[in-house]
Design a protein. Structure first.
Length: 202
């Protein structure tokens, strides 16, 4: 997978904690582009796969993903985001709440692993607040997709990053939108100061 150096340099600025030695070695290899190039090659597996470790996730973590095929999204580096539900994970059910064109539903670990890059983010708050956020996301199940990206405050329909943002905003007044605009993108969630990275997979 190839990513513009500007995108990677921004990504690298987000602190990643609790990573394995293998992840640490890989991150250090991506510190900059080759001489005279603005492209970085990620050592990802062929076919769109990543090995992000969901054993490091806790209830209410955010999962942001990037893939090579759709890397030039109009809204930033990351293409999609969801909210981790530990209850579903422990019971063997699909554990990532998100919204796609078919509306709000849960996604499987396998679906997350089919992206080229995944990062697990943790909102810096109490566990009961994270639980409340997950419960909010559950309550939105089957609501339709929100095609009006500039209306993040509505609660009758959702796009992916809106759902994750709303889960914390409407339950705890935690605003995960890093730029505070009318829309909220996966990149906005990633860069917000209320969240930090706990695992990366490629």
């Amino acid at each position: 997978m190839q990513v513009h150096a500007e995108d990677w340099n921004l990504l690298a600025k987000k602190a990643i904690v609790s990573i394995t030695p293998e992840e640490s070695d890989a991150v250090s290899e991506w510190s900059g582009p080759p001489e005279g190039s603005d492209i970085i090659s990620f050592p990802c597996q062929a076919g769109g796969q990543n090995n992000v470790d969901f054993n490091k996730a806790i209830n209410g973590d955010c999962v942001v993903v990037h893939d090579e095929v759709n890397c030039n999204t109009p809204y930033g580096f990351f293409r999609h985001v969801g909210l981790f539900d530990i209850g579903n994970y422990n019971s063997g059910d699909a554990p990532v709440w998100s919204s796609w064109t078919d509306g709000v539903w849960v996604h499987t670990i396998k679906e997350v692993h089919e992206y080229d890059l995944a990062v697990i983010l943790r909102v810096d708050t109490a566990n009961e607040t994270r639980t409340a956020a997950v419960n909010y996301a559950r309550q939105q199940a089957r609501k339709p997709y929100n095609y009006n990206w500039l209306d993040k405050y509505r609660q009758d329909k959702f796009y992916c990053s809106q759902l994750v943002w709303a889960s914390y905003y409407w339950t705890a007044n935690i605003d995960l939108d890093s730029n505070g605009g009318l829309a909220v993108s996966p990149d906005n969630l990633f860069w917000d100061n209320n969240a930090y990275s706990v695992a990366i997979g490629f």
